[in-house]
Design a protein around this ligand. Structure first.
Ligand SMILES: *Cc1c(COP(=O)(O)O)cnc(C)c1O
Length: 224
């Protein structure tokens, strides 16, 4: 697997040069991450807390680690001190826990709220009404140690491009439906984390600001 060549190809295909590339390194060895690092990548995504905390100490300190998977409340404490961005916050309970752990170490933990946009039942996330209740409710205003930076979503796993496009557009429209002035001071919805190896081009066309790409960089994962 020529990681550097893959990265160069992907970088040159990013239609929006401001769109941030997160290299999803789950299941991949340290040597692969190091190769991507040497090719200039500083943002890496993992979906398991254990794997993230195992890998991070053995890699360069200027890597920005993104937690992209489903996060259990009892594991927040392990990543709160260093995680660059938690992409998958999908409940008020989880957000409260992140705030609590952030408070203990006096760090504002950056988060994205995960929205359910796919047709599949299995994917995590809030729906539009739940998001609205969370953002415009009272509780979030008292959370001094979380910073909401945007929304994250995963499209349906399908070959139907129009379906995928519709779902990404739906996420962007949901974001745009909030008047920035009505949001709490710790909430900003500038970031839209959407797009993976199979659909990042569509995601960028629909306004993505960060794409999470794994297999197109590192090859297929072993467990697949
Ligand atoms: C694994 C994963 C990705 C990357 O998937 P690829 O199809 O390999 O690019 C992106 N986002 C999340 C949340 C993931 O779990």
């Amino acid at each position: 697997m020529d990681i550097k060549a893959n990265l160069n190809r992907i970088k040159s295909s990013l239609a929006n040069p401001n769109c941030q590339l997160i290299a999803v390194s789950k299941t991949k060895p340290l040597s692969d991450i190091q190769a991507a690092y040497e090719a200039g990548i500083r943002d890496f995504g993992e979906n398991k807390v254990q794997e993230l905390t195992d890998k991070a100490p053995n890699l360069p300190k200027d890597i920005r680690w993104h937690m992209i998977g489903h996060l259990q409340r009892n594991k927040v404490k392990y990543i709160a001190p260093f995680v660059h961005l938690i992409h998958g916050v999908d409940s008020l309970r989880l957000l409260k826990q992140i705030n609590k752990e952030g408070k203990k170490i006096d760090r504002k933990v950056p988060c994205l709220l995960q929205i359910h946009i796919a047709e599949e039942e299995s994917k995590f996330g809030l729906d539009g009404e739940e998001l609205k209740a969370l953002l415009l409710g009272e509780e979030i205003r008292s959370m001094s140690h979380v910073e909401i930076k945007g929304l994250m979503g995963m499209a349906t796993f399908t070959d139907e491009k129009e379906q995928i496009r519709k779902e990404f557009a739906q996420l962007r429209k949901l974001r745009d439906s909030f008047d920035p002035d009505s949001l709490p001071p710790n909430v900003n919805l500038a970031e839209l984390s959407m797009g993976m190896s199979g659909d990042y081009e569509i995601a960028i066309e629909e306004g993505s600001s960060m794409v999470r790409i794994g297999s197109a960089i590192f090859g297929e994962r072993n467990y697949e």
